[in-house]
Design a protein around this ligand. Sequence first.
Ligand code: XIL
Length: 339
Amino acid sequence: AADLGAIARQNGVTFGAAVQDSLLQKDPEYARAFATEPGMLVPEWAAKWAALQPREGRFETAALDTILRWGQAHAQPVRGHALVWHNSLPDWVAEALKEGRERALAVLGAHMDFVLAHTRAQIRDWDVVNEMVANPPGSDQPQNTPGELRDTPWLRALGPGYVETALRMARERDPTLRLTINEYGVSEDTPAAAEKRRRLLALVRGLLSRGVPLDAVGIQAHLQLAKPFRPEPFAAFVGALRQMGVAVLITELDIRETWQAPQDMAARDALVAERAYAFLSCALGAGVRTVLTWGLTDKYSWLTTDPGVALPGGRTHRGLPLDAQFRRKPMWDAMARAF
Ligand code: XIL
């Protein structure tokens, strides 16, 4: 079948998508789409801290195991997302992180011990730290610190060395893993994104200069039509990362429309497709070889369910390659063309 995964693969690219284990079991059309389109999976929820260790020492792997079994059955490797993040943290972790450095290290170490052992044979590629760079002034995102690293419970517990610590801990536990740090807000042509790119490059340069194990940088790419995209700065950014010897992945692609999006469906879909093509052809041209979308179908997308990003007037975002009836949209064609 000429699905996106196969089209990408013919061109040396891996296409994947974020998956929800419960929907694989509940919605046969969803299951059919996930059986055919992606060549790789990432759990949208099941590998986050609150899913895996909701109470201290009580690990729950049923949801992740569902996805790992699915991946095995369909020859779809599974990425891990995410070990260290400020969201999806159960309250007990937030509390433990206030109890000082030793306790924080013990909690993180125990989480990695279990999770990396449990997934050892199957997950080869982990987002070790997610969203660690602070949003610069002028960003429309929370600006919560004067420094270049975001103010999070992990930063407060372990100081700015926590990114390095987490990467070293992961490498110690499994030297064969591909270790990734993952970030958002660095794709578009705005002053805030340019500054965030600079911060991320400086972070990576510093980590590598200290011999910290880091194999790849993930770029989330939750794109917004309200922001301009220009290929030159983004390609230069990907090029700079690759020059330092790290791989660059697009990890969470989806496209948000503007509040003033046209009402006409075809016009809306054309704008989304145009942005997908411009962004992906730039990324692939700059050497990206792995592209994942954050979901597959508009029927189930955080763009629709998250109140912070939903569109007004009862309209739902159409930011993924398949529509809510699982039909291929112009974005699907644009992605196939870009691959
Ligand atoms: C989102 C999921 O899509 C939601 O279902 C969940 O409730 C919250 O997280 N950046 C990330 C992802 O790294 O983990 C987020 O996923 C979307 C933004």
